[in-house]
Design a protein around this ligand. Structure first.
Ligand SMILES: Nc1ncnc2c1ncn2[C@@H]1O[C@H](COP(=O)(O)OP(=O)(O)OP(=O)(O)O)[C@@H](O)[C@H]1O
Ligand SMILES: [Mg+2]
Length: 296
């Protein structure tokens, strides 16, 4: 277990080879920043985020979840935990990043975004610099940052997609979910054709169905948008998920042997079987890009 954790940590730690980003960052450690999103709502993003976080934590990685679904606070509802602070407390009261993190199960932490983005635009340069410094601390504290968004296609969500080093796009086999996922890939492809986008098919009836859908999306995205999607895996439809949601408990803790938990564990393995992508910019790069998108 310890050896595996060490190996994984080495995989995610990226050498400081991108001088343009952080002259002052001497440690060179950068977290892997992954935005989880979808075209259509209700496809399972929040369940994927939480249970993927738990699976990665099980592998020995330090994980934090950033909840930026401004409409509904998703993560805390599914954890059954009410956080005391949000990112706004870093902005307004200059609390440290450590102070505003909430403890989730199994050593994972989470941070609520609140309506932080609107506040950010109002900050002056000095406050912004301080805010970036606070967020950049996450690179030292964590190996992985998972960002749970609302359903895609809004300006806000697009910004979180474009600012992250990697994206996990969740779809279900429903035709509307697939077409909305494709619409989202199209929007991303207009901005960056080389975006590292993984796809997960959730609530699939069978492996065959999941495989067909991911293949279809991959083929059309490559052919018409010149964007190569990466197949991350699938989660079969599983009643345990619905039950666990009602109990406000992550399905992988509610029943670690359930089908969905097995699928998410395979997804975690696949995600970290590859080294951190080249040009990974970590939390610092993420927040810098995000602020530039919001014109802050
Ligand atoms: N693999 C699955 N099998 C069965 N039900 C599932 C599965 N995944 C998700 N669900 C159901 O779908 C519902 C929506 O899931 P979730 O809240 O994770 O979606 P979401 O994409 O985060 O939604 P939103 O867009 O509202 O944030 C859950 O309440 C759960 O009952
Ligand atoms: Mg959600």
């Amino acid at each position: 277990m310890h050896d595996q954790a060490e190996t994984l940590r080495r995989i995610v730690q990226h050498k400081a080879d991108d001088k343009s980003l952080s002259e002052s960052d001497t440690s060179g450690k950068r977290a892997r920043v992954i935005t989880i999103t979808s075209g259509k709502g209700g496809v399972g993003k929040t369940n994927v985020t939480i249970n993927l976080a738990l699976a990665l934590s099980q592998m020995g990685l330090k994980v934090v979840i950033l909840d930026v679904d401004f409409g509904l606070a998703n993560i805390d509802v599914l954890f059954g935990i009410v956080p005391k602070y949000s990112i706004l407390d870093v902005i307004r009261d200059e609390k440290s990043i450590n102070d505003v993190l909430t403890d989730g199960p199994n050593n994972i932490k989470f941070l609520s975004g609140g309506s932080g983005v609107e506040e950010l635009i109002r900050l002056d340069r000095k406050q912004l610099r301080e805010f970036v410094a606070h967020i950049s601390q996450l690179d030292k504290l964590f190996d992985v940052i998972l960002i749970d968004t609302g359903a895609g296609l809004s300006q806000n969500v697009m910004s979180f997609i474009m600012a992250a080093d990697e994206v996990i796009l969740v779809t279900t086999p429903e035709p509307t979910s697939i077409t909305d996922a494709y619409a989202l890939v199209k929007m991303v492809s207009r901005r960056d054709r080389r975006k590292r986008m993984h796809i997960i098919v959730n609530k699939a009836e069978s492996i065959k169905e999941a495989e067909e859908i991911s293949k279809k999306l991959m083929v059309v995205s490559e052919k018409f948008l010149s964007l190569r999607l990466l197949k991350l895996g699938y989660i079969l439809y599983d009643d345990t998920v619905t039950k666990s949601v009602k109990m406000q408990k992550p399905f992988s803790l509610y029943n670690p042997k359930c089908q969905a938990a097995k699928n998410i564990s395979d997804i975690a393995d696949k995600l970290f079987s590859n080294p951190t992508p080249d040009g990974n910019t970590g939390a610092k790069g993420f927040i810098s890009k995000l602020l530039s998108f919001f014109g802050a």
